[in-house]
Ligand binder design. Structure first.
Ligand SMILES: *Cc1c(COP(=O)(O)O)cnc(C)c1O
Length: 387
């Protein structure tokens, strides 16, 4: 309790937190200050993609810290060049920009989309379509982009130029995608919005209309990307490649990073002086990211993520309390028939299982390296809770 009191005295109360002080972790298990163990099906909101303190990742991060922890972006480092090459080749993109978070990655995409349009068509074509129920971050611009009224309070005025379209409503999309629009930004699976997948037809229409009108497509894969869904990018499931794709959360296995990947179309929009970040491309983050990519590029790794996702779904479907299950791979949302998801998350914690919620659903984003035994252990606790 001492830690919590001290924390609350000195840290702003901007989060609703559980009374849990985590001290250490290994693989899928974390341990609190009293030594109690928790199976972590949340992995820090999909960030610890290789679990806690994965050996290869620890080795990569520690040896980089011992060698060079930061340089300014006036200079080059090999670790940045190596990570960028591996990422662009893995994701099949032309080039990328380095930031430190999902919101920053999206800020970068917003700036690139607007400048692409400005350079080519001049003023007046700055609107960006985002979807209702989306989530794009907590900065003023990304809050403005977020298509949920609950986020549009207190901080007025918000940034102009975001138009919301209802997800999966093709008519609404056609109507609003007019000559003032420079970009359409979307999550293939809305994470914070409740683990809701976009329909293939709707995504096809986004890409068709945007191609016709030279409008930039921006896939916010901050949550769905970096292997989470069983492919490196969720767009690969849909057979589409957005002009810009943003990644963050799990990309560096637990070190702050956010990147904006670009295809040919927007690869040269940013020129010296138009964008930057002091910490962007931090060598330790790049070392962690490279360890993540090297693991993901091992034969069969992503197929295993997909298989483990299927296994999870089978196990969950067998529980009478579980209603519909959504998501893809190891991004899993499910409804409860009678219980409240937030109550269950709290009870789960007491029983030694960490889970997330998204709107009225329970949400699981376990480490991609989770074993079948660990899945079984967590499901056992969930089964007790939901019976
Ligand atoms: C988490 C998230 C963000 C924000 O990322 P931060 O690192 O918290 O800034 C943006 N978009 C999506 C889809 C996310 O899930």
């Amino acid at each position: 309790m001492k830690t919590i009191e001290q924390f609350n005295k000195y840290v702003m109360h901007s989060y609703g937190r559980y009374d849990l002080v985590l001290d250490k972790g290994g693989d899928v298990t974390s341990v609190d200050e009293e030594g109690k163990k928790y199976i972590d099906f949340g992995s820090g909101i999909g960030v610890n993609s290789l679990g806690y303190c994965n050996d290869e990742w620890v080795e990569a991060v520690c040896s980089q810290a011992k060698k060079l922890q930061h340089t300014s972006n006036y200079y080059y480092t090999k670790i940045q060049a190596d990570f960028a090459k591996e990422l662009c080749e893995t994701a099949r993109y032309t080039n990328m920009f380095f930031g430190n978070s999902g919101a920053e990655a999206n800020e970068c995409a917003i700036k690139i989309a607007r400048k692409y349009s400005f350079d080519k068509y001049g003023k007046g074509r700055h609107n960006i379509i985002t979807l209702k129920n989306s989530f794009h971050g907590r900065t003023i611009a990304t809050l403005s982009a977020t298509g949920q009224d609950v986020f549009h309070n207190y901080f007025f005025p918000f940034v102009e130029g975001f138009v919301n379209v209802e997800a999966n409503n093709i008519e609404d999309l056609r109507e609003k995608l007019d000559d003032t629009v420079c970009a359409v930004m979307f999550e293939y699976i809305q994470g914070e919005g409740g683990v809701n997948r976009l329909e293939q037809d709707f995504v096809d229409e986004i890409f068709k209309l945007c191609a016709e009108k030279d409008v930039v497509t921006v896939a916010d894969e901050v949550q769905t990307g970096a292997g989470r869904t069983g492919k490196f990018l969720c767009g690969d499931h849909y057979g589409h490649k957005a002009d810009l794709t943003t990644l963050a959360k799990g990309l560096a296995g637990g070190i702050p990073i956010g990147v904006c990947l670009s295809g040919e179309k927007c690869a040269n929009v940013l020129v010296p002086g138009t964008h930057g970040s002091t910490f962007g491309g931090n060598p330790i983050a790049c070392a962690g990211g490279l360890a993540v990519l090297n693991t993901m590029n091992k034969d069969g790794f992503l197929d295993d993520v997909a298989k483990k996702g299927e296994y999870f779904r089978e196990k969950l479907m067998a529980l009478p309390e579980v209603g519909s299950i959504s998501g893809l791979g190891l991004m899993i949302g499910f409804e409860l028939k009678t219980k409240d998801a937030h109550d269950v998350a709290k009870e789960a914690l007491e029983k030694g299982l960490l889970v997330l919620t998204a709107k009225e659903k329970l949400r699981l984003l376990p480490p991609l390296t989770i074993s079948y035994n660990e899945i079984d252990e967590g499901i056992k606790i969930l089964t007790e809770l939901l019976s």
